[in-house]
Design a protein around this ligand. Sequence first.
Ligand code: GAP
Length: 517
Amino acid sequence: MAQQEDVFKKIVSHCKEYGFVFPSSDIYDGLGAVYDYGQNGVELKNNIKQYWWQSMVLLHENIVGIDAAIFMHPTTWKASGHVDAFNDPLIDNRDSKKRYRADVLIEEQMAKYEDKIQKEVEKAQKRFGDAFDEAQFRSTNARVIEYQQKYDNLHHRFQEVMNAEGGIDLDGLKQIILDEEIVCPISGTRNWTDVRQFNLMFKTEMGSTADGASTIYLRPETAQGIFVNYLNVQKTGRMKLPFGIAQIGKAFRNEIVARQFIFRMREFEQMEMQFFIQPGTELDWFAKWKETRMKWHQNLGFGAENYRFHDHDKLAHYANAATDIEFRMPFGFKEVEGIHSRTNFDLSQHAKYSGKKIEYFDPETNESYTPYVIETSIGVDRMFLSIMCHSYEEQQLPDGQVRTVLHLPAALAPVKLAVFPLTKKDGMPEKAQEIINDLRFHFNCKYEEKDQIGKRYRRMDAIGCPYCVTVDQQTLEDNTVTLRDRDTMEQHRVPISELQSIIEDKVSITSLLKKLL
Ligand code: GAP
């Protein structure tokens, strides 16, 4: 675990050192849980968004996109339930004066039991080698059984208090923290306050106070911009059910436990798609979208074993089924995407609060009804983090050196091709520029002439550039260059005239999309 934490720290500093992610307002020592994307980060982020957008809007004839404003009429959030129910249960430690999410403290305690079990299993695996039977070990080893019982009891109690009648049982949460003897990681004490609810929405004011300014909220999810536009899009696009509306945009949450770099931010970006369907078909569509979205993730080639579904025990106020797609981060399996069956809750609520009829006339059944909705909701920043974590490697080379390389999927890499003149003379820089001038219309290219070739390769490895081309003496004679592959580090000579066809297909988003069909 400590080793994984070290790796994570290295990834965070790598992100800064190579222009992927900077703390916001860095010269003022940053702003908590707010980050800026640098010159390479923004390219990677844009490619992730393009991969998602095209997989939704280009590959589905019945999905269209919109771009709704961040500011919305304040009644939106009353109708959606966010004003009353978008809360986190908070607890303070009186000694350290630090504030925590009570539910997260308990989840971390459960994770500790899981870790302990995992450690026992790994130890036994080493001891018994091939003869090891994990299932038998788990059901017979006294220590594992004890930890499993503790985990199960805690899990059961936690579910009870989180799903208590009338909302979360705040006293029950505190009692679990006391009974489990959970201490504040800073002060090490158990001097806890009571648990209180805290609304996560940021508020601001629109208009001048003299005119009677009204309180509005920074949207905590992009989804409501889709719901309030359901009628506009359905009518103007003459959309027939089932159909979807996709959107990418910023969302804001006043997260209290803002940790783990860009995993939990106060300003972040979501890619959400609301799929409107006939009531009664929601569980079938829920299953279909689970499969479609998992395929989209696994298509990046990071290995199926690094993903899992986590079905929710506690459902949000609007859902009748929900699951997370979790990815194995250095700090454990964590949610990257949520898939929710949101019933007709949101459209019905907006109909009620706006006084407008928000329905669909089904020409096949001659009936009008409020559509049900399946939502797929993924955080761009979490997706970015999962890709960085999986791609980062400190690779031991045969000559004893270590190279830091990002094995980014080529289609997502910020720079696709780097072109180097071997030396700064004999017309090599001009030839290299000529290659770039030709290829820059097809994909992102970078020119580098500083330092020895070896150092230039390393810099490109560190930003995940999949291909490097070197212009040398032979190029000037026969118009061929050496093409180096980032992952294998192998080089071979190819004619300049073939570079585009060799590289373009491998680095285009289209290559990823084709594998989805
Ligand atoms: N519209 C449904 C919705 O917003 P959610 O599970 O709260 O559902 C969906 O959020 C996704 O948004 C999450 O799976 C995560 O990837 C991302 N997300 C949520 N809160 C975030 C935060 N504070 N920082 C970064 N990403 C976040």
